[in-house]
Every structure is written in C-alpha cells, then in structure tokens.
Ligand binder design. Structure first.
Ligand code: SF4
Ligand code: SF4
Length: 86
C-alpha cells in the first residue's frame, strides 16, 4: 500500500483553486528508475505538484502547468518534457 509522506506534501484546493494543468502544452515525464528522491524537483516546482507516493514521486497533472522547471533542475536528467497530444 502506498502512503503519501509529509516530507513532500501536496497542496490541495482551496489553496490552489485554478486547475493549472489546463495551461500545459508539454508535460514532465518522470523516470522513477533513475530518480534518487533528492526532491530538488519538489523544492523548485512553483505549483507544488510533485508528490511523494511510497518510494516514488508522482506529478499531479491536474495542476502541473508544464513550466519545465523540474526538468531543468533535476541533476540526474530524470524528467523529460514531452508534447501534449491534442
Ligand atoms: S530532482 Fe530528479 S532525482 Fe531528484 S527527486 Fe526529482 S526527479 Fe528525482
Ligand atoms: S513542469 Fe513545472 S509545474 Fe509541472 S511538475 Fe515540473 S516544475 Fe511543477
């Protein structure tokens, strides 16, 4: 069973009422095999959409706006930005 750890909390509405995921034209795809859980992406994500679930990170695409900051900050190149399909 996965448990969300308090170390990387996910901010929920009403803190962020706008569903910023609708702004996205590219999406971050996280390679959980390469990720060492350093949490730099969590620190830098301006929308708090990186959350830790069990021993892995997940991105909340409902709120991720596709800015790419997480991808640029990850030192292990675990996060690839890919075009959204329309
Ligand atoms: S910055 Fe990269 S290595 Fe660190 S937690 Fe995020 S995805 Fe994993
Ligand atoms: S693309 Fe931007 S909003 Fe989405 S998870 Fe990465 S840093 Fe956060």
């Amino acid at each position: 069973m996965h448990k969300e750890l308090p170390l990387a909390p996910h901010l929920k509405t009403p803190n962020r009422p706008a569903k910023t995921g609708t702004w996205r034209s590219v999406r971050p795809v996280l390679d959980t095999e390469r990720c060492n859980l350093c949490l730099l992406c969590w620190v830098y994500c301006p929308d708090g959409t990186v959350k830790r679930v069990g021993e892995k990170l997940e991105i909340d695409y409902e709120y991720c706006k596709g800015c790419g900051i997480c991808s640029r900050e990850c030192k292990r190149n675990c996060i690839t930005m890919v075009e959204e399909e329309v």
